[in-house]
Design a protein around this ligand. Sequence first.
Ligand SMILES: [Zn+2]
Length: 480
Amino acid sequence: MRRRSHKGLLVSATRRTLPEHLRLLRAYPRLSLLGIGMLIIGLTLGIFLDSDDTVNDRSASILQHGQQVALPGGTITQVEPPQTEQAVAVPAVARQTNTPALQPEEAVHGLRDWQPVTVNSGDNLGAIFKQRALSASLVHNIINLNEDTQRLTRLKVGEIIEIDYDDDGQFSALRRSNTEQDWLIIEQTGEQLSSRLVPREITTKQREANGVITGNLFASGKQAGLRDALIMQLARIFGWDIDFALDIRRGDRFVVIYEEIWRDGEYLRDGEIVAANFVNRGETFQALRYDAGNGTDYFAPDGSPMRKAFLRTPLDFAQVTSNFNPRRMHPVLRQVRPHNGVDYRAPTGTPVYATGDGTVIESARNRPNGNYVFIRHTNDIVTKYLHFSRRTVNKGQRVKQGQIIGYSGATGLVTAPHLHYEFVVGGVHRNPRTVDLPEANPLSTEQTDKLLAQHQNTLAVLAELDAGQQAIASSIAAGQ
Ligand SMILES: [Zn+2]
C-alpha cells in the first residue's frame, strides 16, 4: 500500500528575481525630479532589503533559511527558502502625458493626504459624503460630470475609495480604482470639478520555482513558494496527462516559470505560467505557453497541445481526500464483483465535471448506482459517473468539458462518499487513469518552430533547475 504524507516537507525550492528596478526606470523616462529622488531612496531601501533574508507573509509557512529537515529516509537536507522581494516604495509615476513639466497641481497631487473609506453594505456615494458633512449637491455634480464618474453610482461592497480635503476641511479630491490598471481621480479646483483617468504602473516580473513532491501537490507547491491560484494553474495545465488526485508520487518533481503582476511597485497578483516541467513517476511532461492566434494555450515542445479531449480526473484533485481502494469483495453485497472504474473518495457535495464534451444519455437513480450520469462523446466513448448526492443535468442535454454535472455523494450500494468513474471505449472498459486520450490538433511545423524559438531561454532554465533537484528527488522516491 502506498504511503501518503499529509505534511509535505520542503526539499528544494528556489526563486529568482530579474533586475526589475532597472526595467522600471527604463519604462518611465518621464519621472519627475521628485519621483526620481524617491525612487533612488526606494532602490536603496530595496537593495538593502533584498540583501536581507526577509521572508514575507505569504511565505510564512516556508521553513527558515538554513533549517535542517529530517527526511523520512533519514537524509538531512539543507533548506533554501525562496528568494522573496520586499515591496519597494515607488511613487505613483503615472502622469498626464500632456504635462511634461512639473505642474503645481501635480506637486499637490503627489502630496495628497488620501483618507480611505471602505464601502459598506448599503453604502452609496451620497451616504458616504453625508457622513463626512459633504454636500449632496457635490455628490450630484460629481456623478453627473461624465461617463467615468457616473460609475460611482455602483460602488462595490468592500472596495476602498479615497477622499482628500483642503486646509479648510473642504472637499479637494476623490480617487477610486477604475480598473485594475487605472485610477479615476476627481478634483475640485476653485469652483471647477474635473476628472481624469490616470494609468497605474503595471509591470510583469518573471519568477521561477521548483520543488519535489513529498506530500500532495498543494503542500509541495506551497513549500516552493507558490500561491494557491498558481498551483491550480499548474494542475490544470498538466491535468490532461497526470491524475493529480491519485497518480502523484513522492519524488515527483516540478519546475515552473511564471509571471507576477506588480502595480505601482507592489505585488498585485500572479499572472500566467510561462513554461513548466512536471516529472511524474519518471515520465517528463513539459508545457510551453504559446499563442497560436486564439489566445495563449500550452503546448509540448513537439507542438502537441497539452489540452486533450478529456480531463484525466472528473473532480478537482484538491478535494480528493484519499485513494479509495476498491476491494475485490464488494463492501455491501459481500461478493466478488469486477470493478470497472476508478473510485475517488471526496466529501459529499464535491463538484463533479464532465470530462469531455458530449451528450447526457442517462441521468437517473437506481439501487446499485444511486444517482448516476452517463455521457456519450465522439469516438464511441462513454463516461459514467455514479453515487452522486445530486445531479445537475438531464437526459438529452449537451454538456461541455469541465461543466458541473452533479455533486459527489454516497447514494447506491456504497459504504462511504465517493465518485465512481468509468471510461468506456467502444463498449470496453478502459482505465481512465492510463488510457491514451484523443488529442486535439497539433501546431503546424512553422508554429512549432516559433514556439521553440520563443522558449529557447525558458527551456534552458527548466532543464537547469530540473537537473539541480534530480538527486534529491531520487532519494525521496527511494525513501518511500
Ligand atoms: Zn467504484
